[in-house]
Design a protein around this ligand. Structure first.
Ligand code: F6P
Length: 319
């Protein structure tokens, strides 16, 4: 029987993490559970940085960016001895189950703990939208809005100077951020791992744009191409002078959008309800506008690249 749970955030932070923590804490208290917060993700779990959370602990957190519990990336958590220390620390506090909020690394850590006997559930929270099995992750919508705001500003200056703006966005190995923002800001070219990079096609599109407008926007997902070099090639081979901007970690900050706050709240509630209903080794997912749970291993094994390519087809019709 689950009487006491813990919540942690792990991996890259994302707007809406605080809203998810708040929902987990408030739901747990509402159900009569005791709830603990773990600081700095699995690192804090290993070090025993655990504190009891009350209703007031999560007041004023709903709209804050980042994660007030802190987060970390701990590659060493694959080591079963480190996992056992983490488990012992949970037992010291009488914690029966864990809610882990984060991306695929967080999922793998939770799965490892569950294989050692701890009931776990995870909540998808990363700007990358790269978690299998869920259509949306918490933080994705806020990052998209941040990027589109930046792209709109770059368009103003690029239009004034008759330039092409290359914008590198995050996403690790997933092109969702690039494709969605390309649609939303009317980019001329979108380059992602799923869509591939073809220099001739890029130059053709930019030369075409130069025939009827004063600017062009290229959205490039990280880890595909050196955008400074690509900007120089565009300057040499098209009528546009080009400038490159790497948006970087600004994409991870800021107040969560309404959509992310609501998604985080729904998923936080679902996580606690599912744990109490016995959904161990599961993760929360948003599928067809419904919040459900699916097995963790299924989520880790599935890929959403077909959805990314479907959105890219839409982009190609519109550009
Ligand atoms: O997973 C989120 C993310 O922002 C990725 O898009 C990016 O590749 C990575 O984290 C950056 O990690 P770090 O903040 O550790 O440099």
């Amino acid at each position: 029987m689950i009487r006491t749970i813990a919540v942690l955030t792990s991996g890259g932070d994302a707007p809406g993490m605080n809203a998810a923590i708040r929902a987990v804490v408030r739901t747990a208290l509402h159900k009569g559970l005791k709830v603990y917060g773990v600081h700095d993700g699995y690192l804090g779990l290993f070090k025993g940085q655990i504190e009891e959370l009350k209703r007031g602990s999560v007041s004023e957190k709903l709209g804050q960016g980042g994660t007030y519990l802190g987060t970390a990336r701990l590659e060493e958590f694959v080591d079963v001895e480190i996992q056992k220390v983490a488990l012992r620390n949970l037992h010291i506090y009488g914690i029966d189950a864990l809610v882990a909020i984060g991306g695929d690394g967080t999922y793998r850590g939770a799965l490892a703990l569950s294989k050692l006997g701890l009931p776990v559930i995870t909540i998808p929270c990363t700007i990358d939208n790269d978690i299998g099995g869920t259509e949306f992750t918490i933080g994705f919508d806020t990052a998209l809005n941040t990027i589109v705001e930046a792209a709109d500003k770059l368009r103003d200056t690029s239009n004034s100077h008759r330039r092409c703006s290359l914008i590198e966005v995050m996403g690790r190995n997933c092109g969702d951020i690039a494709v969605w923002t390309s649609i939303a800001c009317g980019a001329e070219v979108c380059i992602t791992k799923e869509t591939g990079f073809n220099l001739d096609e890029v130059l053709t599109n930019i030369r075409e744009a130069a025939k009827h407008k004063r600017h062009a926007i290229i959205i490039v997902a990280e880890n595909i191409v050196d955008i400074e070099e690509l900007a120089q090639t565009i300057t040499k081979k098209t009528p546009f002078e080009a400038r490159a901007t790497v948006l970087g970690h600004v994409q991870r900050g800021g107040k969560p959008t309404v959509r992310d706050r609501v998604l985080a709240s729904e998923m936080g509630v679902k996580a606690v309800e599912a744990l109490l209903a016995g959904d161990d080794q599961h993760c929360v997912a948003s599928i067809g506008n419904k919040i459900v749970t699916i097995p963790l291993e299924e989520a880790l094994a599935s890929s959403d690249s077909a959805d990314t390519l479907k959105k890219y087809e839409l982009f190609k019709v519109l550009w």
